[in-house]
Design a protein around this ligand. Structure first.
Ligand code: ZN
Length: 310
């Protein structure tokens, strides 16, 4: 069997260039340290999971460890990969200063939602896979010298959708910040309101905004940070009413998605539509900040805003 296969190959090589010695075909020694990036066929099977990630923007294979060290930003093209809420809090808050609020609050299946899977089982699945109870973590912590109310959403939990828990946790955070006269930072990423909770999800838009109005009345600063993607009910409520609205590079931000708008208006959309860069040019957001500079810039803004108050 093997001999026949070998002769066939040898014949094929021989005809164009007869005198060539066949290459030794030894695996290159340079790959010993790092695992080999995946080749064409069945990538998922070939490489152990969680070693390499292909950057969707520049197509470079990025070593996962380097990606983690770089706060999930591609070192080649600065593409911002999604980052978990806990990891993000860790990158912003001073060590051991974060006090989480309402950590065990979970959603209830008020509508007895039935679909392919029940809402309750969906929630359980996501709680298992993300280690979170719902799509937002809230609490009070120190960023630089500033004590701040901080809410961070996680897209990995049901698309960062806003149900009653997200709304309630954020509202309690905002009210706590008002009560303790603290500035507020909400880092959002969301596909919008959570359809499994119907009207209860939509009510969160008014609730969070009302709490923010009291926070603003107390002349306290609110910085909204928009990360990829940020859409619908969240963008139409607390995410877009910050005193300062900043975004990460390349974040997609809007109310309805571009395809829906294109189909509705039947008009060609301008290039870069709904990207953070486009919205900066059109005045919806105030700045675009790279994730690695986020902490320093937030401290700068907090210094500025708190000085203004005095
Ligand atoms: Zn890249």
């Amino acid at each position: 069997m093997t001999t026949t296969a070998f002769t066939k190959k040898a014949l094929g090589v021989e005809s164009p260039e007869p005198a060539v010695t066949p290459p030794p075909a030894t695996p290159s020694t340079t790959f010993v340290k790092k695992p080999k990036p995946p080749s064409r066929k069945s990538r998922k099977r070939d490489i152990p999971e969680g070693l390499w990630t292909k950057c969707p923007k520049c197509a470079t294979m990025v070593f996962d460890k380097e990606l983690d060290e770089n706060l999930k930003v591609c070192s080649q093209c600065q593409h911002h990969f999604p980052i978990g809420a806990r990891e993000r809090i860790h990158s912003l808050v001073e060590t051991c200063t974060f006090e989480e609020m309402d950590a065990d609050m979970t959603s209830v299946d008020v509508l007895s939602f039935t679909g392919v899977a029940s809402y309750t089982s969906k929630l359980e699945d996501y709680q298992k896979s993300t280690g979170l109870k719902d799509a937002v973590i809230t609490g009070v912590g120190n960023i630089g010298e500033h004590r701040v109310g901080l809410g961070v959403m996680d897209f990995a939990f049901l698309g960062g959708s806003m149900g009653s828990v997200v709304g309630e946790k954020l509202t309690r955070l905002i009210e706590k910040a008002t009560e303790k006269t603290l500035p507020l930072i909400i880092i959002s990423t969301s596909g919008g309101a959570r359809m499994y909770e119907g009207m209860f999800s939509l009510m969160q838009m008014a609730k969070t905004c009302a709490a923010l109005a009291y926070h603003a009345k107390a002349r306290l600063a609110y910085i909204s940070v928009l990360t990829n993607p940020d859409y619908a009910g969240v963008m139409a409520s607390y995410a877009s009413v910050g005193d300062l609205i900043i975004a990460e590079p390349g974040a997609m931000i809007g109310f309805a998605g571009p395809r829906v708008i294109k189909d509705t208006t039947q008009a060609e959309l301008p290039p870069g539509f709904q990207t953070a860069e486009f919205l900066l040019d059109h005045g919806l957001i105030d700045a675009i900040v790279n994730r690695k500079e986020m902490k320093a810039r937030l401290i700068e803004y907090l210094n500025f805003l708190s000085n203004g108050q005095k």
